[in-house]
Design a protein around this ligand. Structure first.
Ligand SMILES: Cc1ncc(C[n+]2csc(CCOP(=O)(O)OP(=O)(O)O)c2C)c(N)n1
Length: 564
């Protein structure tokens, strides 16, 4: 076989992996690779206007499609701009490969122009990383990078390639199969443990399904639905698991945790058995650990053995791919579990739900953010993908949007990254072009990657941005209201750009709305036009997200209302 340069190998590897789109931003250290991109048409390259956005776009693409997202950046500032994107993907276990250029090998460690210790920086925020030392090892490393990103507990993998390596010539033998000595994810769950777990379910009086993001990553929502439907055991969802059950599933108690529903949080607090399917017991879910699910035995199924027992004692640990485990567990549960056994428990939880349903006070004077989200849901449920930024709007979306399926909700959970929503929504649109891509954002968050309006317009990625504009960094303002005696330090965003003209200046369409009628019209118009849009929705400045479990508090101590 003819020899290839390292840069050619990068491009060829994308072809081998079936990559259809790369988001990126060039620079000196990665120019050899970009020169190859110029010559080939194997994949589309989307030039974002900021490296952070390139990585978030690759991330959104991965979340929506389940495929590996790919981003290319240059060394130094290109790479450091990409770090937030890597950390965001890492915290939420998103499969991704990020390739960065690096200064030539001989210059590493000399404080060369645009040199940074990229693998040193990416180590704590990636599943794995590589510094490539020669073109010879490049095919193997790239194949391993994709394999590691998508297998086991998925995650971002970073490959740092020095400029001289991209110019070196070597043979290109792309491995058809990757086998790693020290990395072998366990797929099948232990049969004895699965049997014991089924017995525990059959013997429980107050069991609850605690549904986590692992369900989405392992594509096992169908099996979970089947299991919940058969057993008639109530279920709660984490932020990352929204859409596992349909919003109108009678067993769904809603989201759990800091802004979870009263019924969901009480279910966790009073349960005698938690059936945890792919969650990671995040502090935003558990609240105070010593008070968390105090009366419950815990079954925890997870592909990552290090996440089992990390934060809570687990009685029935099952390491394995959730789908493979459920394929064994579901038929056994059907044979052993009697759904009528939990009737009294379901009644208690129904009563909790009637006592404190998820609700807000609507108004005719001012638009309520919850209303806006419900309205989007009425118009688009099941037909659109919903991304968000981070803040109150994110929590209201998680609470009020009627999710119907997995991968419908795209949001930064673990890292809580403002600026994620819009670029991610572009990646979503690229991944599922037939569906409407909506980004629900705040007036703070949207400004963190607003420059991507240009990318979206250029590449015809018609994302509809809905800004719930409260003229505040709302979520921080809410904490200042509740816990800092209304000392609103640096959260007032009254000083604002004209969002309509801003959108127009990039070649998009802008709307500013203050009433329900205006909102309906703007959304309908944006949908029918199919263009990049920004709807600036003036909402109640002082609305709070409720219920709320104060940070570090116990799940059963929720603030249910706030009266001034
Ligand atoms: C990059 C980043 N910086 C800071 C924060 C802390 N933070 C969390 S929510 C929030 C306010 C978000 O305001 P906005 O986007 O206007 O949304 P709202 O809460 O008003 O809906 C801030 C500053 C963050 N999550 N991410």
């Amino acid at each position: 076989m003819a020899k290839m340069t390292g840069a050619q190998m990068v491009v060829e590897a994308m072809r081998e992996e079936g990559v259809e789109v790369v988001f990126g931003y060039p620079g000196g250290a990665i120019m050899n690779v970009y020169d190859e991109i110029y010559k080939h048409k194997y994949f589309q390259h989307i030039l974002t206007r900021h490296e952070q956005a390139a990585v978030h776009a690759a991330d959104g693409y991965a979340r929506a499609t389940g495929k590996v997202g790919v981003a290319f950046v240059t060394s130094g500032p290109g790479f450091t701009n990409a770090v937030t994107g890597l950390a965001t993907a890492y915290m939420d276990s998103i499969p991704m490969v990020v390739i960065s250029g690096q200064v030539p090998l001989s210059m590493i460690g000399t404080d060369a122009f645009q040199e940074i210790d990229a693998v040193g920086i990416s180590r704590p925020c990636t599943k794995h990383n590589f510094l490539v030392k020669s073109a010879e090892e490049l095919p193997e490393i790239l194949a391993e990078a994709f394999y590691i990103a998508r297998s086991g507990r998925p995650g971002p993998v970073h490959v740092d390639i020095p400029k001289d390596v991209t110019a070196q010539l070597a043979d290109f033998n792309y491995p058809k199969e990757v086998k790693l000595e020290t990395y072998k994810p366990t797929i099948k769950g232990n049969a004895r443990q699965i049997k014991k777990a089924v017995e525990a379910i059959a013997n429980a009086k107050k069991p609850v399904f605690y549904l986590g993001g692992g369900i989405i990553h392992s594509n096992s929502a169908e099996l979970v639905r089947e299991l919940v439907d058969f057993t008639q055991i109530p279920a709660v969802e984490t932020l990352m698991a929204r859409g596992t059950l349909r919003y109108d599933d009678p067993m769904l108690l809603g989201m759990v945790g800091m802004h979870g529903t009263y019924a969901a949080n009480m279910a966790m607090s009073e349960a005698d058995l938690l059936i945890a399917l792919g969650p990671r017991f995040d502090d935003r879910v558990t609240g105070k650990l010593s008070e968390f699910a105090k009366y419950a035995k815990i079954i925890h199924v997870d592909i990552d053995p290090s996440s089992i027992g990390k934060l809570v004692h687990v009685d029935y640990p099952i390491v394995g791919d959730l789908k493979a485990v459920l394929e064994e567990l579901v038929p056994q549960a059907k044979a052993k579990v009697d759904p009528s056994r939990y009737e009294a428990w379901r009644e208690i939880l129904n009563r909790y739900n009637e006592l404190h349903p998820l609700t807000y006070e609507d108004s005719d004077e001012v638009l309520k953010p919850e209303w806006v989200i419900q309205r989007v849901g009425e118009k688009l449920k099941g037909k659109a993908r919903i991304s968000t930024d981070v803040g109150q709007h994110q929590m209201w979306t998680a609470q009020y949007y009627p999710f119907t399926r997995p991968r419908e909700f795209i949001t930064s959970g673990g890292l809580g990254t403002m600026g994620f929503g819009f670029p991610a929504a572009m990646g979503v649109k690229r991944g599922v072009p037939d569906e409407i891509s909506i980004n629900i954002s705040g007036d703070g968050s949207i400004l963190m990657n607003i420059q991507e309006l240009m990318t979206a317009v250029e590449h015809r990625l018609p994302v509809i941005n809905i800004i719930l504009n409260n003229n505040y960094l709302g979520m921080v303002r809410q904490w200042q209201t509740f816990f800092y005696d209304k000392r609103y330090a640096e959260t007032d965003l009254s000083m604002q750009p004209d969002f309509v003209r801003l959108a127009e200046s990039f070649g998009g369409v802008g709307y500013r709305v203050k009433t329900k009628e205006e909102f309906d019209k703007a959304l309908d118009d944006a949908i029918s036009k199919g263009v990049v849009a920004l709807i600036d929705v003036v909402v109640d400045r002082y609305e709070n997200v409720l219920p709320m479990v104060p940070a570090g508090g116990s799940l059963y101590n929720m603030l249910l209302e706030y009266k001034d």
